[in-house]
Design a protein around this ligand. Structure first.
Ligand code: GLN
Length: 486
């Protein structure tokens, strides 16, 4: 029986009723990787022997009648920004080419406790800066629906791995859209949890007031499952909030009664592709046919999101990435005459162009004389963006709109135009700035066969409601069941 196109919950069921073993599961996904990853290039690092070992241990545990975790025997691909003990963790950068972490990130620890199979590290834009994986220092990942196109980014490897059925589940991180955008462009489900819902301990920081870890899955039920495993309080991350984690799966099939959907006119502006727009409008009709009320809302400050983000995120990145100087951490140059040349050559050799650009932007925004005009001003506008959402959520359960303005673009199309690249996150960034929850679900395809993502935004810690709203749509449609022909 072929398992690769199945969801994690389906695979779990087949294991529970004795139809398959963890070893068989691992072998099938490894064989899919072997056949197709030469073309897709989702993985930076994968160790088949170790994966089979993990799987055999799970089978052994089951044989002995021991209790098994929620993800027993299920492969989970991991974005290479998350520390895994003893496994190379490069962050898509030459700077960390030889880094092997001595500890596990909190979410990795949770996966291990859930008996999941850690299934390799996935490609990403260097230090999670990018929207296409073209900024990876190693190679560009390809979109499984059209291998001449980007899979999105920065978690493009994780998204492509799930879309290409190389793993049923994956983890990514989202600072300005890096889970939702690649999920949308690869036709799968991706969640950026509320800021504080998931611990970032062991996540290599990009912009600490924005970063969150979240799942990639084929459908909403799997996303609920993975959210249950990774959410929850962790004393090792002081920004992780101690609020109970509901069972996201338990209520998932209960539709929200009297659902009010906010539709922001700012999310349907200039630059929105007409095929994307018509898919989103059709999705809204699906909700209306289930009795939902559509309410026009306004998020007047969202037009400043991209500008605010490129001040706040770069300022934080310039500070977070200061530690990679070849002395404290990271690549050390062979070309050093003195301390200053050792620092600057190590950083110049270790960081790629985009990362250097961000560090320079951020250092400038924080420099004395400019800090008030740029960084502090951006923080004030950030608050206004958050206030807009608070006001909107007073009257609406969720806000719906496009995840991205266009379907997946061609490799190379925006590589030399940073501004065009930055604008591809125009609908996802405000969610991170406001710290709210967001997800993308498949809601259609272009005439050319490229997936289109519907973005669902919810108030802080309302993941349960967000997932139920997503599930309502999924039950009426079949987009989540399609798989690309490789
Ligand atoms: N594309 C955005 C950036 O380049 C978002 C990245 C992310 O969410 N990690 O910053």
């Amino acid at each position: 029986m072929s398992l690769i196109e199945k969801t994690a919950l389906e695979i779990r069921e087949l294991q529970n009723n004795g139809s398959v073993t963890a070893e068989e599961i691992a072998k099938q996904f490894l064989s899919q990787v072997k056949t197709h990853d030469g073309q897709i290039k989702a993985f930076l690092h994968i160790d088949p022997e170790n994966i089979l070992d993990q799987a055999k241990k799970i089978d052994e545990k089951r044989k002995q009648g021991k209790a098994l975790g929620a993800l027993a025997g299920i492969p989970v691909a991991i974005k290479d920004v998350l520390c895994c003990r003893g496994v190379p963790t490069t962050c898509g950068s030459k700077m960390l080419q030889n880094f092997v972490p001595p500890y596990d990130a909190f979410v990795i620890d949770r996966l291990k406790k859930a008996d999941a199979i850690l299934f390799g590290k996935t490609n990403m834009d260097e230090f999670a800066m990018g929207s296409s994986t073209e900024n990876s220092a190693y190679f560009t990942t390809r979109n499984p629906w059209d291998t001449t196109r980007i899979p999105g980014g920065s978690s493009g490897g994780s998204a492509a791995a799930v879309a290409a059925c190389e793993a049923p589940l994956a983890l990514g991180t989202d600072t300005g859209g890096s889970i939702r955008q690649p999920a949308g462009l690869c036709g799968i489900v991706g969640i950026k949890p509320t800021y504080g819902r998931v611990s970032r301990f062991g996540l290599i920081a990009f912009a600490s007031s924005l970063d969150q870890v979240g799942p990639f899955t084929h459908d909403v039920a799997d996303a609920a499952l993975l959210m249950e495993v990774i959410s929850g309080h962790d004393a090792k991350d002081s920004t992780c909030v101690n609020v109970p984690v509901p069972s996201y799966l338990a209520q998932l099939d209960q539709p929200i009664k009297n659902l009010t959907i906010g539709v922001a006119k700012e999310f349907f502006g200039e630059g929105l592709d007409s095929e994307v727009e018509s898919s989103i409008r059709s999705a809204l009709k699906v909700y209306q046919s289930m009795g939902a009320t559509i309410k026009e809302i306004s998020l007047p400050h969202s037009k400043y999101s991209v500008a605010v983000y490129y001040l706040v995120a770069t300022a934080e990145a310039s500070s977070n990435l200061a530690r990679y100087d070849g002395m404290h951490y990271g690549h050390r140059t062979a070309q050093k005459k003195d301390l200053i040349s050792a620092y600057s050559n190590s950083r110049g050799e270790g960081f790629g162009k985009e990362v250097q650009r961000r560090i320079m932007l951020g250092s400038y925004a924080l420099s004395s004389g400019y800090k008030d005009a740029y960084y502090l001003k951006a923080l004030k506008v950030r608050r206004l963006i958050k206030n807009d959402f608070d006001k909107a959520f007073a009257d609406c359960d969720v806000i719906l709109g496009p995840t991205s303005p266009t379907a997946a673009f061609k490799i190379g199309e925006k590589a030399d135009n940073p501004l065009a690249m930055y604008l591809s996150d125009i609908y996802t960034i405000s969610c991170n700035l406001a710290g709210i929850a967001g997800m993308s679900i498949p809601c259609g395809f272009t005439k050319g066969g490229l997936p289109i993502g519907l973005q669902i935004l919810a108030a802080p810690f309302e993941e349960e409601k967000m997932l139920r709203v997503a599930r309502m749509f999924e039950k009426q449609t079949e987009y989540h069941q399609r798989r690309p022909k490789l």
